[in-house]
Design a protein around this ligand. Sequence first.
Ligand code: ZN
Length: 178
Amino acid sequence: MTGPAGRNRRVVLYGNPALRQQAARIGETTPRLRRLFADLLRTMLEQDGMGLAANQLGEPAAVFAINPRGAGLERNPCCVVNPRITRSEGTLEAEEGCLSLPGLYEILARPERVRVEGVDEEGKPFALEAEGLLARAIVHEVDHLNGVLFIDHLSPARRGLLAGRLREYEAQEQAACG
Ligand code: ZN
């Protein structure tokens, strides 16, 4: 990808309102958006995420970064703009985590295979077929753009057990935001 060098930015934590916002569809690619794309890629790679949604940088725009290498695939990390899941098959239970809830891992059922379509950083049509871990990451990131977190899919009983932990994230986020 050509463009500005990205910055490794702070990923907002559970409790930040940006994580609950519906991301706005992206129109024309502006210099500001190009910086956001670069920051998403840099931050995802530096912080060892398999994916990162713009909401997690506090900017609810419909784009996420994804790193297929995290799932062992020979495909470069990239940004997917205005993504939509156009196919979804099977179910797979596995452990899942999120940079906005660091250290928290829960078993979750997700589709086994998905197809995601959108456009790339240059505005060209983009499609990716994924399975397993990568499919999970893609669905997780699309959720973020809809203001949904992976813990929302847990049973109320399980979420109840996490309440204390979630309050800690909220306190950390408030301290970070001032
Ligand atoms: Zn996440």
